[in-house]
Design a protein around this ligand. Structure first.
Ligand code: 4NP
Length: 161
């Protein structure tokens, strides 16, 4: 099982959207049992809060209704236990690098690394939840393709059993 964690600042907009979208893509591919998927914030500013209403509405508009996430700040243990830590922007990356003292660099990626190299802009500030959704969806699709190449044989085995 591959443990993937998505990370943003507040854990009420982008990273729970990524968790839900990536989970949906895994289901579509029959790979849901191959992954443990969760999300965290680099800050505790929204600790315990549900997915922000406009983010939840955007997910629903795209047919994703199953999410019961509550915001949680990331710990070093979460990072240690993860196989992949996927952050949404360069500020999340900076915060995670500070937390880890630069360790675990080989498993920490920005989601945009798998597509156009750009940040997933924070819809909390831009108010453009559709644009965030579309960067997240493209990033998650490309990330899953990357994982299928990296872990092809193991994932194929999971799909067949
Ligand atoms: P997120 O967006 O990092 O995508 O969850 C934010 C949500 C809340 C805040 C900042 C960003 N905030 O400052 O409360």
């Amino acid at each position: 099982m591959i443990n993937v964690i998505f990370v943003c600042l507040g854990n009420i907009c982008r990273s729970p959207m990524a968790e839900a979208v990536f989970g949906e893509l895994c289901k579509e591919e029959g790979l849901e049992l191959s992954f443990r998927i969760s999300s965290f914030g680099t800050s505790d500013c929204e600790e315990g809060n549900p997915v922000y209403y406009p983010a939840a509405q955007t997910l629903k508009k795209h047919g994703i209704t199953e999410f019961t996430h509550r915001a949680c700040m990331i710990s070093l243990k979460d990072i240690k236990n993860a196989d992949y830590v996927i952050v949404m922007d360069h500020m999340n990356m900076r915060d995670i690098v500070r937390m880890t003292g630069g360790q675990y660099g080989d498993k920490i990626f920005q989601l945009g690394y798998f597509t156009d190299g750009r940040d997933v802009d924070d819809p909390w500030y831009t108010r453009d939840f559709e644009r965030a959704y579309s960067s997240i969806e493209a990033g998650c699709r490309a990330f899953l393709e990357y994982l299928k190449k990296e872990h092809g044989k193991a994932l194929e085995y999971d799909r067949l059993h």
